[in-house]
Design a protein around this ligand. Sequence first.
Ligand SMILES: [Zn+2]
Length: 441
Amino acid sequence: MSTQLFTNAHIATGMPGSTADETAPVQDILVEDGRFVEIAPDLTDRLSIQGKDMSTVEVTDLEGKLVCPPFCDTHLHLDYVFTARKPGAVNESGTLFEGIQRWSETKSDLTVEEIKERAKIGIAKEMRHGVQFIRSHADVTDPNLTSLKALLELKEELKDTVTLQIVSFPQEGMYSYEGPKGESGADLVEEGLKMGADCVGGIPHFEQCREFGERSMHTVVELASKYDKLIDVHCDETDDPNSRYLELLSALAYRAGIGARTTASHTCSLGSADNAYFFHLTKLLRAAHINFACAPTENLYLQGRQDTFPKRRGITRVKELTEAGVNVSLGQDSMQDPWYPLGNGNMMLILDYMLHLAQMMSFGEIDDALKFLTVNGATTLGMHDAYGLEAGRPANFIVLDASSVFDAVYERCSVLRSVRDGRTLFIRNESIDTDLALLKR
Ligand SMILES: [Zn+2]
């Protein structure tokens, strides 16, 4: 049996009020065989008193730094990463719809190996920023299902270091796409589920007409029920306040009893819809327990493109949904792809943008902000008992270069260490070399 003790940590579970204050007492983390046994003050002394042979315990001093559960990126497209500069892929207008067009025109030469190589670089970037759980979409509007094959292989190959959930995602529509043999996007989504994808995807606002979009929402819920899968729909990713597939998705998932297993991604239209509509809709969202995934940097970039001024911010109502008790998590979405030229997997940056855009900057909101990257993300992913700083659960955690949640957010701090099943995945050493007393930390 291997025993590890991580000492002197400020603990932020991600739940409200945890480590808002750097004066909170430090705690120790006891791990045995890759699982948390106990998190409490003075465990070193207690173990000694209990007669534990401390020479058999691997002790790591965390020096008062902040420990929280690993970050979750709940919306990413690993098959698209680092394709932005391919010939023909450059998105001149900066709109979502030109991004889809550019991808459609340039995706035919993809291979499983090439996608895996790019995706691995993207995963490594995310992991260096403390991410251990990623939900990635895989475009299945391709008769060869190349993206899905690549990401399913990676999911298996990397399972000991990162958890990947894969969405069978019809980028070019369930009923607007037609393959060379007459396959619909819906047929290919179903094929993807049979191959092992975790979630059913959709993109109703991109379908050619409202009827196709509505039909796709029925199909998504039917497929999720039939194959016992999660749902993650690109939903209402538009400034059009009349794009209202979220209400249909929520109602259908609610009636099927799978609302808590459903995620509505983007939902930018809620940022344009009026308050009376949102007030009515909120009741359904709460009853259905729908999860939301918001991609603040990307939607800030893509949306509002038809506006002059005033120009809309493009993101969904994170503050209002949160205040209504609806679960919201965050995603990087893109890394240098036809939809967004930047994106480096730094979820602290994504959080920073969201807090500004949603105006969630009371001290209470900042003190609780890590929930968006941790427990809220785990809720979206349906992780349940496999996640969190609690006895019996896998010893997965990260160490931030701060001693309180406020300082972590304020400094947009780095991740100093990432631990998975008790195994340290990396350690980052950061110091400034200077003779200037003013600049010494
Ligand atoms: Zn997306």
